[in-house]
Design a protein around this ligand. Structure first.
Ligand code: SF4
Ligand code: SF4
Length: 94
């Protein structure tokens, strides 16, 4: 991640829920996925393929709610909803 992006991410605040708002629908689909696009398109590095467990790990705490993963997984294998009320992102202006 570039320093510039890291600096910008530092300006936003998270209130983290105990329950993930991001779900991998079918773990088998990820096993068969040859491109692992989610490991690259997420600006907050939420998704990471774990080859030893053969699962896509989801660091939902880091999500900045950009919405990309709703449409960018080629198999539409990610369930994305907004965090429940009171949790998630708040952006600072300026
Ligand atoms: S891009 Fe989609 S199908 Fe492929 S590993 Fe990520 S979540 Fe799974
Ligand atoms: S909504 Fe954006 S930041 Fe959150 S997990 Fe999806 S791609 Fe990553």
């Amino acid at each position: 991640m570039s320093q510039n992006l890291s600096d910008k991410l530092y300006t936003i605040r998270f209130k983290c829920d105990d329950v993930s708002h991001l779900t991998i629908k079918e773990t088998d689909v990820c096993v068969d996925c040859t491109t692992k696009d989610c490991n690259f398109f997420c600006p907050a590095d939420v998704y990471d393929w774990d080859p030893s467990q053969k699962i896509t790990t989801v660091a939902y705490e880091n999500c900045i709610e950009c919405g990309t993963c709703r449409i960018a997984c080629p198999a539409y294998n990610i369930e994305w909803v907004y965090p429940q009320g009171g949790y998630g992102m708040s952006y600072k202006l300026g």
